[in-house]
Design a protein around this ligand. Structure first.
Ligand code: ASP
Length: 332
């Protein structure tokens, strides 16, 4: 009996020893993404972009750069791709503009930076990083954020740069749907159509050689947003968080991620309740679902363990291990 227990213990031990270690995880948004609504070409394009972003981030980690550099490299690729609702390809506000939000957090000394409501910064994630590194502040908005980006010599573009025909079409559809709604229906339960108006954000979490974690998120927010609405993506603790336990980036119906302080709550569950990253991630999404919200998140802990829970039909997501093995997934 004793021998058997020893053996079981030993097998358990070797199994934990052999656990895969991830160094980078990313997402390209959650939503009603089904195989039926996808063409093979579109699927291949999404997978190629996600793989390219994983490789770019991995190259930074491999060459000994910090997790911040890895997150920046991965997110920049997704921001430059018109496929995602971040940077080029961002969704439109009700007025037909693009207002972008982004944030970064680095576990080392809990550093953080973010920008919100910007429309001329080509790569908002770079502006968020500049805020973290070169300003005494955490969150800059609108014109001021753009002025700061210009002082930091970041690339500025005319607002039209962010235009894509597909997103503009979504806005037209949204506006038509709004016009047909009863004036009293300021409803909090969205239709499947509405749900799709707010997904496609991108995010990444990386673990570097020094054991530090960084998490970043970048988005155009939700189609048809009004009144300079800001979502969870640029809010530290809601859409993005990283401490010495775990890094988190969220995507989905931002208001719910703000109300539940989703990213920070996940970290607190690990830190104060001793939960593992999978359990902590699932609980956060379950709470959001209970409130009527939806979306998903990616989390990577200090041991290189990941969790990618979501309650939508799909979430663009990918991981890369310390050995460079890539996995990219879209559906449930
Ligand atoms: N969470 C983002 C927002 O509410 C949207 C998204 O993830 O697609 O602004």
């Amino acid at each position: 009996m004793k021998k058997l227990m020893l053996l079981v213990g030993l097998v358990g031990f070797t199994m934990t020893q052999a656990q895969t270690k991830y160094v980078l995880v990313l997402h390209g948004g959650a939503g009603t993404i089904t195989k039926a609504s996808m063409t093979p070409e579109k699927e291949a394009a999404y997978k190629a972009a996600l793989s390219q972003a994983l490789q770019a981030g991995y190259a930074q980690i491999k060459s000994g750069e910090t997790a911040v550099e890895a997150v920046a490299a991965a997110i920049e690729i997704l921001e430059n791709s018109p496929l995602f609702n971040a940077g080029k390809g961002a969704v439109f506000t009700a007025e037909g503009k693009n207002e972008l939000d982004a944030s970064i957090m680095y576990s080392k000394n809990l550093q953080a930076g973010a920008v919100a409501g910007v429309s001329t910064i080509k790569n908002p994630i770079k502006a968020a990083i500049a805020v973290m590194r070169y300003s005494p502040h955490v969150l800059l908005i609108g014109k001021g954020a753009e002025e700061f980006a210009s002082l930091q010599h970041l690339e500025l573009v005319p607002p039209e740069y962010f235009y894509t025909a597909e997103r503009y079409k979504s806005l037209q559809k949204f506006l038509k749907n709004e016009a047909n709604k009863k004036p009293t229906s300021f409803s909090s339960t969205p239709s499947a159509l509405e749900v799709d108006y707010k997904f496609g954000t991108v995010g990444a979490v990386a673990l570097d050689h020094a054991g530090n974690l960084a998490a970043g998120t970048s988005t155009g927010g939700m189609t048809g947003k009004k009144w300079n609405r800001v979502g969870d993506a640029p809010l530290i603790g809601s859409g993005t968080y990283a401490n010495s336990w775990v890094g988190v980036s969220a995507t989905g119906w931002g208001e719910f991620f703000i109300r539940t302080a989703a990213a920070r709550t996940l970290a607190a569950k690990m830190e104060y309740q001793g939960k593992d990253v999978k359990m902590a991630g699932q609980e956060v999404i379950q709470e959001i679902e209970k409130l009527g919200g939806d979306g998903g998140l990616i989390a990577l802990d200090k041991n290189g363990q990941v969790s990618t829970p979501f309650n939508t039909s799909g979430m663009y997501r990918g991981t890369i291990t310390d050995k460079g093995e890539i996995e990219v997934q879209i559906y449930r």
